[in-house]
Structures are given as structure tokens and as C-alpha cells.
Write a protein that binds this ligand. Sequence first.
Ligand code: ADP
Ligand code: MG
Length: 492
Amino acid sequence: NVPVGVFQVSPSGRFIAGNPLFAKMLGSESVTPEFLQGIEERLFVEPRTKEAWKQLLHDRKEISNMEIRLHVDAKDRYFLQSIHPFKNAAGQLEYFEGTLHNITELKKLENELLHSQRMESIGTLAGGIAHDFNNILQIVLLNTLKLRRLTDKPENHTETIEIIKKSIQRGASLVRQLMTVARKTEVVFQDVNVNASIEELRKLLEQTFPANIEIHLQLTETPPLILADSTQLHQVLLNLCVNARDAMPNGGLITVTSKILPAEAAKNYFGEATNRPYVLVDVTDTGTGMDDAVRRRIFEPFFTTKGVGQGTGLGLAVVYGIIEQHGGYIDVESVIDKGTTFHVLLPIRNADQASARIAVITEGESLRGSGTILLVEDESDIRMAVKAILEENGYVVLTAGDGEEAVNIFDRQHKSINLVMLDNGLPKLTGWQAYLAMKKTKPDVVAIFCTGSLDPETRAQKAGAGIRAFVFKPYMPEDILRKVQSVLAGGQ
Ligand code: ADP
Ligand code: MG
């Protein structure tokens, strides 16, 4: 009756006995002679188990805590197996004694952990690439625009410049997606009614999806309010539905449901969920489904089973990044030729969570202005291009290539400097450290932060300490000019 499987094996390798739990673990009701005879086949699913077994019989030494995988009732089960030789008083081997521990649940948790760690490191990698790539795009973009101004006959180059601009936009969109995977995009959290987002999506899908794809909604009566970036939530739902469409080349049904799960139920659903209510959104299709090998990899960036030019493999990686950033969870169930369901769990907004205000940028008539700006940027190509743009629009520009230089210039000339524009990652002193140093000299220094990415926490911290505005790379000249204008006018 011990809570582990116990068995005996003869010196020649025949199973001779087992306890009831041992039989049960291997999918048999009781220990019958037929069961004992058939064990080897089940036990030796993996070649290395067979190898270890041979070794055991040959060396007559023990095996301790060896991990093995068995097929039980057509499912993979994991066990820890220990075996040791039992010898009589004369030192002769009488039989082997072994135990089996079921570690299937443990193994499942371990796999989930490994998966999330892997996603984490892929995210870091993607974020790093995106950051560098962004700077490169910025240089190309600003110089392309400059080219247009410098040529005698700009009309001869219009087409070429348009192509370069389009390519940059494509690059920038790729960067944005990678940043989302790395959870480094700017997120504007507000109150969002999930049902309303789904309804809105339905309209879009009905206009754009082929007619043989039917869309069915089944939404909870109570409007599920969450704190979310509505554009990103839309992106999640859209990506899931586009995949559903792709999985149904001959048409079919997409069902989107929403349901409120109380804390307890959410925890049953996703073990890791925190103790609070969630909204569960399911997106189900009647498409091709996917096998385990595909299912394991779908959230990886650039993983796709679609042909060249058809899939980018970024859809679900983006979905994953967004859901993580919203404190949610995602899971998938799929049966080949039957269809697929994605389950998305998002935390319901607390009554005391205030939603963030969204900044509205109003477009001014002219982008020109006046005043002295200290521009701090270590990439000299970007620095030169931005300086030129600002100067052409009426500003006086001082430049610095690192944090220390910036602080020195500021110390000497802060009386005439109206605005400081800081890059985030600078040599010697970071943009942030330089800003703090300048604040000591002049507590009401006005600053704009230029960066490729910023997580919401850092942003909140910096905004709290007086950084007036943020500009995200790659930016268009208008973005910079508009920001400068509005900040100098006392806005954000
Ligand atoms: P893409 O759609 O560009 O291939 P995604 O990240 O959106 O990239 O999806 C990755 C892969 O996951 C797809 O290529 C497909 O093999 C699989 N997949 C995603 N959603 C479904 C679905 N609803 N049904 C079947 N397979 C799916
Ligand atoms: Mg996709």
C-alpha cells in the first residue's frame, strides 16, 4: 500500500511481481501474469531506458532516480525509476527491487517554466536587435529626407525616396512588433470593455474575411471592464482571428466568447493566475488544427508553417508579449482536422484602479518655433540630422555627444537653454543621470526624452521626476518639431 509503484525483477530481467499501484501506474487494473509479461514493451519506449536496463542486468549495480517516459493509455507519462539488486546472505543476486514515482505533473510544470524562460530570453534578444535596428532606421530616414531638400531636381528622385521611405516604414513596423514581443512598447492603459472590442472587431472581420467564414459571438451579459491598451487588445483579437481564417481555407466558423471568471475559477484554469477575477476570451475555429510539435512552438517569433510571403510568424509572438504586459495568460487547445481554441485570460479592472489619461496631440499650423535647445545624442549621424531639422525651423541648437559633455554645457549656459533633448542610452552618464545632474543646477529644467523603447514603469518614474515628454524612435521630423513646440508652450 505504499504510495509508490514497487516491483521485482528476476536476475534474467523478467518481471516477477508488483504492488497494485505499480499496475495502476502502467494502466492495468491489477497485477496479472499477462500484465507482468507485457511490461517490457511499455517500459522500453525510449532507447536509453532499454540501454540502462541492459546495463543493470549486466553490471548488477543500481539505478537511482532515473527519469523515464512511458506510454500509458496512449499518453506520455513521466516517472522516476530506482532499482537495486537484492542479495542473499551468501552475496548472490536473488532479484532486483525497484520503485516508480509518478512525476508527470511535476514534469508539466517544469516544461511550462522552461517555456516561459525561453520566451523571456527570446524577448530579450528581440528587444536588443530591435533597439539597434531602430537607430539604423533613424539615420537612414533622416538622411533620406535631407537628400530631398539638397538635390537640385527633387522631382527626379521622388520615386526613389518614396521607396526608401516605404521600406523604412516596413522596418519600423517590424521593430514595433519585436518591441511588443520584448514587452517594451509604450502602453496606454485605459478602461476597456472587452465586449465592445469584440463587437468592433466583428464589424471589421465581416467586411474583410471571405463570405464562407462565419463569425459567431457569445458574450457575457456583464460588460467585462479591464485596464488595457485598446489598440493592443484589438491586435490580439485580430491576430487570433486572422490565424483562424488561415486555418480554414475552405471556410468555417469562428466563435468568440467572453466570460467572467471569479478568482477561484481563474486559478483552476491557470495555476499561476493571481487571486482576482479575470475575463476569459476564447477564440475557436473549425480549421485544420495543429499537432503537438507545432503547438509547442507557435509563440516563438518568426515561427510559421505558412509559405514565404504568407506568414511572418510574428502574430502569436506579438499576442504573447501583449498578454504578458497586461498581466494575463494564454493557452491553446487543438485537435487535428477539428479545430483550435485559444484561451485568453485578462485581469478584470479593480474598482480603485484609475485609468490613465491619453495625451492628445493637436496639430499646429506651422512647425516652426524659437528658443535654444541642447541636443544630446551619441549617434553623430542622428545628432547632425536632428540639429539641421531644428535649425531649419527656427531654433538655436547646442549639441553634446555624451552625458558628461551635456552636463558641462548645461552648467555654463543653462540661463539661455530653453529645452534639453536627451537620448536614453548615452556614454559616460546616461540620459537620465545627466537629467538629474541638470536638475540640481536648474530645478525647473525642461526636458524631452528620446528613446527606442520604454517600459511603462520607467516611463511613469521619469514623468514623475519632471521629464515633460517622450519621443519614440524612429521618429519623423514632424514628430520632433511638434513635441518641441508643445513642450516649449508648456504642454506635454
Ligand atoms: P503566422 O500566422 O504568420 O504563421 P503566427 O505567429 O500568427 O504566425 O502563427 C504561428 C503558427 O501557428 C502558424 O503558422 C500556424 O502553424 C499555427 N497556428 C496559429 N493559429 C492557428 C490556428 N488557429 N489553427 C491552426 N494553426 C494555427
Ligand atoms: Mg498569424
